[in-house]
Structure formats: C-alpha cells, structure tokens
Design a binder for this molecule. Structure first.
Ligand SMILES: O=C(O)[C@@H](O)[C@@H](O)[C@H](O)[C@H](O)CO
Ligand SMILES: [Mg+2]
Length: 402
C-alpha cells in the first residue's frame, strides 16, 4: 500500500478545526485531527508545506518509522505546532491500518480493558445557584463525573464560565479578548462552590475543578487544602507546569489529587512529574502530544508510577480526536477518566462518528478504524474565521496566565 495524496481541510462549524486526510492507492483513507486552538493555520501550513510532500509514496503501514522520520527528521523537536502535525499524521495512519485490518482501532492496540469510558462533563454558572443547576442537568443526563466552574464575585469573566449551553472560550475576533484576574476572591469563593455542590448532590458524584494555571505553587497548595473536605476527583492545572518541580511544594501540603497536561506535547514535559509521583492524572491528549504512537509511551511511563490518564477533551479537540481517544481509553490499562465537552450539532454533522454516549460512559463503536469521518462538502459551508483564546491581566495591568 502507498500514500497517493494527503491534504488539510479547514472548517468552522461554530469553531475552527483542521483535519488531515491521507489517501492510499488501495482506496483506503485515514483522518487525523490537527487543531491547535488559536494557531490553526500554523499547523495547516506545517502539514501542507513541509510534511505532506514527504508522505507521498510512503507505505502507510510503517507508522513508527514515519513518526520517527517526522520527529527526528525535522531537526527542530517538540513544540505544539510540530507535535500536533505529527499527531494528525499518526492518527490518520492508525485509522488506515485498522480499516485495512477491518477492525476497530482498539483491537490493534491490544483490545478493550473496560466496557465503557467514564467521561466528565463541564458544568458552569455565573454564580453558585446557576452552577448547581448545570450540575443537576448533567447528572440527569447520566454523568458520573462533573467538573464544576463558577464566576467569581468582582471578576467579570473567568475561565470556564459562560452563559448558555456549551462552553467555548475562543472568541471570533482579529485579536484576543482581554480579561481580568484576581486570585484572592477566587481562593475564597471556590470552597463555597464545592460545599454547596456536596450539600445538594451528596457524595456519589465525582467532582473535578479546573484552576487553569492561575495560581502560584503556594496558592495552589492553599486551594488544595481548602478543597480537601469536599473530596475532589482532581484539581486540574493548579499552576503552570513548565517548572515541574513546583508540584512538589503543592504535594507537600495537600492530598487533593492533581491533574496536569493539556498543554503538554511531549513525554519530556511530564517525565519528572510522573517519576516523582507529583501528579495523579496525566491529561495530555492525542492531537497535541504526537498521536497514539507518542501518547501510549507517556501512558506506559505513567503506569509504572500509578499515574492514570485523563485526556483533555474540550470542544477545540475535534470529533476525530475524540473518536481516536476513545479507542485509546478503551485499551489503556491505567485509564482514569476522559473529558467530554459535547460538540454542537453542526460539528457532529461535519464529522459523522461511530462513538456514542450512554449512562455516563462513551463507547468508541465497532466501525473499522477510529470510526470518525469528515463530510467534505458540508465542511465547505463553514469557512475559517479568525478566533483566539482570551488573555488575562491582573488589576494593575500585568499580564497573567489565562
Ligand atoms: O480542561 C479544559 O477543557 C480546558 O482547560 C480547555 O477549556 C482549554 O481552555 C481549551 O481547550 C483551550 O483551547
Ligand atoms: Mg483544563
């Protein structure tokens, strides 16, 4: 089998997605997600201008060799643009291999380790009562795990909160929106939110919370301690993780489980966090961390230290990534949970998929490959529109972490 053609499809059914399609001489094709929120066209160019010309004529079954060729062959290693491009190729090649074998992808990885993939929903409200209503909504849908976010008094906009159904942080505009951040009111308010959630919903629900990189290590330690009475499943991204050592300080103060990794793109970003058992869940995912070929290496390292997976699954990860992730999650021995922020109906129509949700669990389906396709005609109806994640500043105007 040979690769005869490959191209990117950029579409925006409510938000921007970049998808790679790899076509072979035997008529089998594969699909990969290449979406990097706010930097979509950089990955598209990396693929179109520099990667695709190297793929034509290659045997698509040689997934490992192609991965190594793209990683080592560029000389410039790692980074979100490079690793998202490699991930798209890798996902598409695994799709081709599984279709050629006439098997769902999880079979090629080693078969299922579980009957369903537990997913968590994202419940948010401008204040505590509104957030509680959203928790009730997701509980009624059957979710066993829910991440809860709320507005903070005195702050106009905070991460994870939006009125209306779905949460979508990327704003369509030529430049990013500026938002305000203040740590103290947040540190006071967050424990009140979780006290209210436990009061109303009891102890049967897994509760999660995303700090979105906004605290210093000692502030994160304080928050983790103050949330201990509410027994969280995890506290996510409490502080930026470029300095992996910082998590030792948080760990010394709290037993609230820690989850990190949605912005990671390489095993080297989390090697110390895992080997020193400074986290409990690793949240790297297929599209930003080099595809199945690389994510399974991260998971294998994590397994040695009883660190479990918790793949990122916000709406900027396309249904292609979600579909492939569900095969990975079904197989990976040290699975923890999978994020599931549901896509809108337009996105679901552009990306027909075999996965389905039932009673708090997602199932990858039995279609050969990863089970997600793209309707190229429909995709054309939604042209790319510039959109960016917001930025955050402190009250004195200093730049902070959004
Ligand atoms: O955990 C999450 O889902 C997030 O932190 C995301 O909403 C994140 O802000 C976006 O995926 C950024 O593109
Ligand atoms: Mg997050």
């Amino acid at each position: 089998m040979r690769i005869t053609n490959a191209y990117c499809i950029v579409t925006s059914p409510g938000r921007n997605f970049v998808t790679l399609k790899i076509v072979t001489d035997e008529g089998v094709y594969g699909i990969g997600d290449a979406t990097l929120n706010g930097r979509e066209l950089a990955v598209e160019s990396y693929l179109t201008d520099h990667v695709i010309p190297c793929l034509i004529g290659r045997d698509p079954h040689r997934i490992e060799d192609i991965w190594q060729y793209l990683y080592k062959g560029a000389y410039w290693r790692r980074g979100p643009v490079t690793m998202s491009a490699i991930a798209a190729v890798d996902m598409a090649l695994w799709d081709i291999k599984a279709k050629a074998a006439n098997m769902p992808l999880y079979q090629l990885l080693g078969g299922k380790s579980r009957d369903g993939v537990m997913v968590y929903a994202h419940a948010n409200g401008r204040d505590i009562p509104e957030a509680l209503d959203r928790v009730a909504h997701y509980q009624a849908l059957g979710f066993k795990a829910i991440r809860v976010q709320t507005g903070v008094p005195g702050l106009d906009k905070v991460y994870g909160v939006q009125s209306g159904e779905a949460y979508e942080p990327a704003i369509r505009a030529p430049v990013p929106e500026e938002t305000l951040w203040a740590t103290e009111p947040y540190l006071d308010y967050a424990p009140k939110l979780f006290e209210a959630v436990r009061d109303r919903f009891g102890w049967d629900l897994h509760l999660l919370h995303d700090v979105h990189h906004r605290l210093t290590p000692i502030e994160a330690a304080r928050l983790g301690k103050s949330l201990e009475p509410y027994r969280l499943f995890w506290m996510e991204d409490p502080t930026p993780a470029e300095n992996q050592e910082a998590f030792r300080l948080i760990r010394q103060h709290t037993v609230t489980p820690l989850a990190v990794g949605e912005v990671f793109n390489s095993i080297h970003d989390c090697r110390e966090l895992i080997q020193n058992q400074l986290i409990d869940y690793i949240r790297a995912t297929l599209v930003h961390a080099g595809g199945i070929t690389h994510l399974r290496r991260i998971a294998a390292l994590a397994e040695l230290y009883q660190v479990r997976t918790g793949c990122h699954g916000a709406t900027d990860l396309s249904p292609v990534c979600m579909g492939a992730a569900l095969h990975f999650d079904s197989w990976v021995p040290n699975f923890g949970v999978q994020e599931y922020m549901m896509h809108n109906a337009e996105t679901d129509a552009v990306f027909p998929h075999a996965y389905s949700f039932k009673d708090g669990y997602l199932h990858p389906g039995e279609a050969p490959g990863h089970g997600v396709d793209i309707d190229e005609e429909l995709a054309k109806k939604y042209p790319y529109t510039q959109a960016y994640l917001p930025v955050a500043r402190l009250r004195d105007g200093s730049m902070w972490n959004w």
